[in-house]
Every structure is written in C-alpha cells, then in structure tokens.
Design a protein around this ligand. Structure first.
Ligand code: AR6
Length: 181
C-alpha cells in the first residue's frame, strides 16, 4: 500500500527490515543501546559489531538514548548505510504519556534523517513487540506522526514501514485507510 504526502511516498510493506535497500533503517532500541531481542537483535546480528561499537561510544558520551529520542550509527554490513536507533515507550495502559512518546520517536528519527541527508528511511512498528503497545493504537499514532512531519518538511523521498507479521501489517493498513491522505 502506498500514498503520497507532499513530495514523499509513504509505503507499507510486510518483511524483514534488515534486508531493506534504503539509506537508513530505524531500530526499536532500549535506552541503554545495549541490544536485545526483536528487531534490535536482528539488526545487530545482520549488521555486525560496528553498530554496537558506535552505540558504546554514544553511551560513553551521552549515557544512552532517552525514550522518545533518537541517535544514529553506521549500518555496518547491512544494505542500509545508517541505522537510526530510537526508543519507544513501554506500554503501561495508555495514560503514562505513551502516545506522545511514540509520536516523538517518529519525529525525532525523521529529523535526524533530514539532518544527515537521508532520502529513504524504513521504520519497524516501534513498541508493539516486547514493549507491548497495542498495534491498532500504535499504528494510528505512528502514521499520524509521520504524516504531520512530512506535511511540514520536504527532503525525504520515501518513508517505508516494514511490518514483520500479518497482524501488524493489517493494523497499519487499516490505520492508513482511515487517515485522510
Ligand atoms: N524486521 C521488521 N520488524 C521486525 C523484525 C524484523 N527483522 N523483527 C521483529 N520485528 P520489538 P519493541 C517487529 O520487540 O516492542 C528489544 O529487546 C516485531 O514483530 O522488536 O519496541 C529492544 O532492545 C514488532 O512488530 O520492539 C528493547 O529492549 C516490532 O518489530 C525492546 O525489545 C517491534 O518489536 C523494544 O521493544
């Protein structure tokens, strides 16, 4: 599924983000940038140790990456040149600021992409795995945050959501169909 927002193409695909041929892929990381399971584990496995080496440097310099913010490293051996690491909120029922923090992940990642002249960027579904964010709610928040950002900023050619399983893809497809694009 694909729509156009200003000059940017917004695409939904199902697949493994580590295989994507884009300038940067986004990682759903943790605040310590220590690696883990889910898409984080897959990215470090596929990209090799150069990614963790840069995460270690960032941790030494600034102590990690607070929830809702983003940092950038090399893509190591990945097809993508860069990895943008962002930290989604852990779902605590929805009244602990989760939607704002999740939206901030997308905004901060796209700001960082623009700053680094990245033209094509792929996102996973941040927070909806180990962090337990319900897919339907996350999909609406994610797509709205990206749409709002793209309405205010030119320079990114494509934002691609790479959704791992059927249920996640369906959740994003529904949310995008319901949006005014
Ligand atoms: N490509 C695309 N999406 C994937 C892939 C992949 N290769 N592998 C998993 N997903 P999660 P979170 C999907 O748990 O909820 C880690 O331990 C997955 O099916 O990766 O933000 C970190 O270190 C789900 O739809 O991220 C943190 O501690 C989505 O990616 C914590 O998990 C996100 O699931 C972050 O949890």
């Amino acid at each position: 599924m694909q729509v156009k927002i200003n000059q940017t193409t917004l695409t939904l695909v199902q697949g493994d983000i580590t295989k994507e041929q884009v300038d940067a892929i986004v990682n759903a990381a943790n605040e310590q940038l220590m690696g883990g399971g889910g898409v984080d584990g897959a990215i470090h496995r596929a990209g090799g140790p150069a990614i963790m080496a840069e995460c270690n440097e960032i941790r030494a310099e600034q102590g990690g990456c607070p929830t809702g913010s983003a940092v950038i490293t090399t893509g190591g051996n990945l097809p993508a040149n860069r990895v943008i690491h962002t930290v989604g909120p852990i779902w605590r029922g929805g009244n602990a600021g989760e939607p704002n923090l999740l939206a901030s992940c997308y905004r901060e990642s796209l700001s960082l992409a623009l700053k680094h002249n990245i033209k094509t960027v792929a996102f996973p579904s941040i927070s909806t795995g180990i962090y337990g964010y319900p897919i339907d709610r996350a999909a609406g928040t994610a797509l709205n945050a990206v749409k709002e950002f793209l309405e205010g900023h030119d320079g990114i050619e494509e934002v691609r959501f790479v959704l791992f399983d059927d249920a996640t893809y369906a959740g994003y497809e529904n949310a995008l169909s319901e949006m005014n694009t």
